[in-house]
Design a protein around this ligand. Sequence first.
Ligand SMILES: [Zn+2]
Length: 270
Amino acid sequence: MLPMAFIPAHKEAEYLSVDQITIALHGDTLIICNQALASVADLQALPAAQYIIHIGQLESQIVQMAVWDAATPLPETLASIDLRASFDLIGEMLWALAGRASQIATFYRTHRFCGVCGAATKPLTHEAACECTACGHRVWPRVSPAVMVLIQRGREMLLARSPHFREGMYSALAGFVEPGESLEQCAHREVLEEVGVTITNLRWFESQSWAFPHSLMLAFFADYVSGEIVCQPEEIEDARWFSPDDLPPLLPGKASIAYRLLQAGLKENP
Ligand SMILES: [Zn+2]
């Protein structure tokens, strides 16, 4: 999660300032040096960045992002790492800041042309937005809300696996919010669609920005009411009730809200 002290901002910059927090992106991967985020000095080995933006302030430090095209060759001193895989390397706080930077970079990469008239857009300098050079249509970074539900039945939890999960991994159910839908409606609908059970007593847990590519995960606990598990074809490969003594071989990674939700569930029902 972004630290509470972080203040988001958006300002184009001409150069990288030393002694600030720097997130360097190579396409959609992070640039690292000696198993840590590359510093401004490390980045001198590269040609000029495509763009540099101050994306916020953390106490006395500016958080700045710099982006290089994925085709730019990296010198031997630098390496690139997938953002998802970098959590253990850079830690939660920098990972959250890198997630913000990555979402902004994804936005620019995917909004080079206007969705209304097809002309080229140009980024605004003072906010994260692009404006069409022909018709003036403006777009901002998209955030896609998704609801996650951990269903409890006594000590048991309903966990499921989607076909694209790693072998043996199970997690809480999750799905994107439909246009016009409330979070609560989404939770009930997703659960019924994906595993055929009904729930009650939705309880708020936490939210988490999830930069793959631009989700906002909203996590809830819920109590089971009725129904036998029937997995939705293609979406859910398997779903079962698990007790704390008999958990699946693999649970979601520590970086995810799913991990924290499951740990909180286990704490409630040890
Ligand atoms: Zn346009």
